[in-house]
Design a protein around this ligand. Sequence first.
Ligand code: AMP
Ligand code: MG
Length: 335
Amino acid sequence: METLLLDENQLDIAVKLITSGEVVGIPTETVYGLGADASNENAVRKIFQAKGRPADNPLIVHLADFSEAEKYTRYIPEIARKLAEKFMPGALTIVLPKNEKIPLVTSGGLDTVGIRVPAHPVMHRLIELTGRPVSAPSANKSGYPSPTTAQHVMRDMDGIIPAVIDGGECQYGVESTVISVENEDTVRILRPGCITPEMLGTVSGNVIVDKAVLEGLETGEKASSPGMKYKHYSPSADIVMIESDLEKFTEYVGENYGEGIYCLIFDGDRENFPYRYMTYGKDSQEQAQQIFRRLRELDDCHAVRVYVRSPEKSGVGLAVYNRLIRSAGFEVIRL
Ligand code: AMP
Ligand code: MG
């Protein structure tokens, strides 16, 4: 199969593909997604196949407007409506009890479904034009860093899916914040993103950050979000996080330096840094936007091992930290 690279004026082709049960690479404000009709079991199976995704890892369902969620859910708590009012369209996914219109294949066998209303004009328009709920997990091979450009999608999916829409580089660079509702005054963050705990706290009295966001699960422990139990976001290189100041970081790298060793440091660390490095921004927003691109670029350089300066754990930094510890397989060195 030859994969077409479409531009934003060729949405009609993408619409036809999706309504006929095919999978298309689509730009969103978070990362690129692999879009297909969420109500069509065969189309959804093609997503799992293209990604090599485990069948119990649920897909988020994207809608043109939150009012559409009534069609696919059994119940919408008041707090979910308030959060949707404030943060949708945008990078927030709310897990709600699903109804029979969402097949179990889509929800990974769960009786809940994550609902998101994307803000990206291309994705938004595409959902409207298809008139379907659109599943769109990140358009990478399962386990690999998420794609933030159409070229990244082509690298993972060329010859596997019929088309990718090129919408340029993604604005946020990390996937949506996924939350579940505990009660009318409490939400739980299952996956951090650019809608931060602090932002959610302006609507919800309590915001719990699920333990699995910051730590690996114990053997046999049940994940509240199935995606959390899989190794993810990992390039071929061995990623090691180092929590320390720049001085101790530099000293540690010096003691462990050699062929194939790279460092991922902050923009501000650059001056006189004596070892092979790439930078990933000066603040959490920039780090989020650049992190997946850098992980892919490190593979292009054939990095064997990468020592990463640990980001902030607050605000958007929490999302960056979460992706990095997962890509490091929870290997963190604290100095
Ligand atoms: P991706 O599609 O790659 O952005 O990953 C979506 C992630 O959202 C999954 O791996 C899950 O961890 C989480 N998720 C989606 N739907 C649900 C759900 N119904 N319940 C809990 N977590 C969910
Ligand atoms: Mg993903």
